[in-house]
Design a binder for this molecule. Structure first.
Ligand SMILES: C[S@@+](CC[C@H](N)C(=O)[O-])C[C@H]1O[C@@H](n2cnc3c(N)ncnc32)[C@H](O)[C@@H]1O
Length: 261
């Protein structure tokens, strides 16, 4: 499974999360959370801390955001970002596991986890932990990808499906988490309040966008998963040749589920 326990992985996230696609994704997530000044929020698996800092600006001056991650590199990056934005008094960071939260019951007005629960083996326990630390009436917002909704235009659609399946299997504990979320919420005593899709749609070859950037990781996962090297190379070559207008298509659907306690 993919991990983020090194400085390079966090630096890569830092760059990717500055793209318009991800800025837009965070805007949607923040709209759905609807953070209000004075609220206390928990960002589980905060990564480099973009969302935590944006939420901190919304709950300021009286509120607070706690940002946790299993990776000390992520936590350090979040602390540095908060400091740089003058939000160090509002963003509290700590190393911690989503499946075992170190907070008392009924602590937070909202808990958010974006692209995190897909990595957590015991995701049922993690969702129950999020429910436990929420105050009555609090909301849990989860954004995750279902890798069945990932498509590249390619010359070999069957091979593309095989490549995507390999990526899902190799890099995530739960490559289809969104379809499990409603049941997980119910199992944690939460009520489903909303479910939305966030689509990334790309119609031009752009190395800064997710579709092009994902080619390499998908090829690595496919090789690990036993796809013949010649097939992987042919798939990559086909995609990387799609520079002309009208040749490139990539789409990935992420889902944003909200529950209330
Ligand atoms: C793809 S990044 C997402 C970062 C951030 N939530 C965002 O969307 O901007 C995944 C993050 O989840 C963290 N993570 C993975 N498993 C975790 C766990 N069990 N508990 C807390 N964080 C975890 C990783 O260290 C990494 O920083």
């Amino acid at each position: 499974m993919r991990t983020y326990d090194d400085a390079k992985a966090v630096a890569d996230l830092d760059r990717r999360y500055s793209t318009a696609q991800l800025v837009d994704q965070r805007r949607r997530v923040r709209e759905i959370i609807g953070a209000r000044t004075g609220e206390a929020g928990l960002d589980v698996g905060c990564g480099p801390g973009f969302l935590a800092c944006e939420l901190a600006a919304e709950v300021a001056p009286a509120g607070r955001i706690v940002a946790t991650d299993t990776s000390s590199h992520s936590v350090d990056a979040t602390a540095a970002r908060a400091e740089k934005r003058g939000l160090a008094g509002i963003v509290k960071v700590q190393v911690g596991d989503a499946a075992s939260l170190e907070f008392p019951d009924d602590t937070f007005d909202f808990v958010v986890g974006t692209q995190v629960y897909c990595y957590v083996s015991d995701v049922g326990r993690a969702i129950r932990e999020a429910a436990r630390v929420l105050r009555k009436g609090g909301r849990l917002v989860v954004l995750d990808t279902d890798w069945d909704y990932c498509a590249w235009r390619s010359s070999d659609a069957a091979l593309t499906r095989r490549m995507v399946a390999a990526r899902g299997a190799r890099q995530f504990a739960h490559p289809h988490l969104p379809r499990e979320l409603h049941g997980l919420f119910l199992g944690a005593g939460l009520t489903l309040a909303d479910a939305q899709v966030f689509s990334m749609i790309e119609t031009r070859y752009d190395p800064d966008l997710f579709g092009v950037e994902s080619i390499q990781g998908t090829c690595e996962a496919a090789l690990e998963d036993g796809v013949p090297a010649a097939d992987v190379a042919a798939w990559e070559q086909d995609l990387r040749a799609r520079h002309a207008d009208g040749e490139w298509f990539f789409c990935l659907n992420r889902f944003i589920f909200t529950a209330t306690k």
